[in-house]
Design a protein around this ligand. Structure first.
Ligand SMILES: Nc1ncnc2c1ncn2[C@@H]1O[C@H](COP(=O)(O)OP(=O)(O)O)[C@@H](O)[C@H]1O
Ligand SMILES: [Mg+2]
Length: 297
């Protein structure tokens, strides 16, 4: 009979490792596919394949913090890494990733783009930075520019915000590229000041998880990749609900809680996650964390 039938074969192979090594395995980054993630990645791929037209479509991935937006966009970027030796030794990078600048400043946007590809940022005017950015993005053949945490750039006055959004719109028009912007719900309100931008960014929502079939499947997948000897049945009634209630519905918190619980189960020799371990592994739910922080300020 197969040993460790509750584990994915690749994880079962790791069961001969030492406790220390299994603890490292638990805290190593991992990406777990789920139906909504696959749908979103497909939309990203469709955007990349879209023919170059005068008004390119764009996407806006919207969701609460810690819900997997950055991981999704990074995964898309990873499957379209730059080719350093394309035609004639030129670098070709169809997909690029930047973190939005912390305020709605057009020059900072260009500086961020240029530094992300190790280009020197001209110290001259905003328009010099803009010209250089357009040249470089043309040269490397960018088709999709991902702008993460866009809500950060959209604070400040309406006028500044409008100016910043215009800069994005103009880059899109001039280069015939698409954008994938990511942000929290604030971003939807922020872009509503510009109907043109609003119309050209199709929102994709990454909502808070519900305790449903997909969530239970996600728990099964987590269980299969956490190197514990005994089955925990994370998806089962009481334990599943307790995990859901404790981690408050985001995949980032779920991952944090399960990593902490799995490490506790391993250190204690129990080798499986139980409702008691969920309570005693030292994990603090996000709402308790913010309550504690506000009490101490
Ligand atoms: N598909 C996934 N599989 C496993 N863990 C994930 C996945 N997506 C997100 N996470 C976890 O959630 C954390 C937060 O994700 P992130 O993409 O940074 O959220 P956001 O950008 O929405 O704030 C990540 O560090 C990772 O630990
Ligand atoms: Mg993020």
């Amino acid at each position: 009979m197969k040993e460790f039938p509750h584990l994915h074969p690749r994880c079962a192979e790791k069961m001969s490792l030492s406790t220390e090594e299994r603890l490292t395995e638990i805290s190593s980054p991992r990406w777990i596919g789920y139906p909504k993630a696959h749908q979103i990645l497909q939309k990203f791929e469709d955007l990349l394949r879209h023919p170059r037209v005068a008004r390119m479509p764009n996407l806006m991935l919207v969701g609460r913090t810690n819900n997997g937006k950055t991981d999704l966009v990074q995964r898309f970027c990873q499957s379209h890494l730059p080719d350093p030796n394309a035609e004639g030794g030129r670098i070709i990078a169809p997909v690029m990733y930047i973190q939005a600048p912390p305020s709605p400043n057009e020059a900072d946007l260009y500086a961020t783009i240029l530094s992300s590809i190790y280009e020197r940022v001209p110290s001259a005017s905003t328009s010099a930075k803009r010209t250089r950015t357009i040249q470089v993005l043309k040269d490397i053949g960018v088709k999709v520019l991902c702008i993460d945490e866009l809500h950060n750039s959209l604070a400040g006055s309406t006028l500044k915000r409008q100016h910043f959004l215009n800069a994005i719109k103009n880059l899109g028009n001039e280069l015939r590229i698409s954008f994938i912007a990511c942000g929290t719900e604030d971003i939807l309100r922020a872009i509503s000041i510009d109907p043109q931008i609003q119309n050209r960014f199709q929102p994709i929502l990454l909502p808070k998880w519900k305790f449903d079939q997909d969530y239970r499947q996600l728990l099964r997948t987590f269980e299969a990749v956490l190197p514990l000897k005994e089955p925990s049945n994370l998806h089962s009634g009481l334990l599943g609900r307790k995990i859901y209630a404790t981690s408050e519905g985001s995949i980032g918190e779920l991952s944090l809680l399960l990593n902490q619980a799995a490490s506790f189960a391993l250190n204690s020799g129990e080798e499986k996650i139980t409702t008691d371990i969920i309570s005693s592994c030292g994990y603090t739910p996000p709402s308790d964390r913010s309550r504690e922080a506000s009490r101490n300020i």
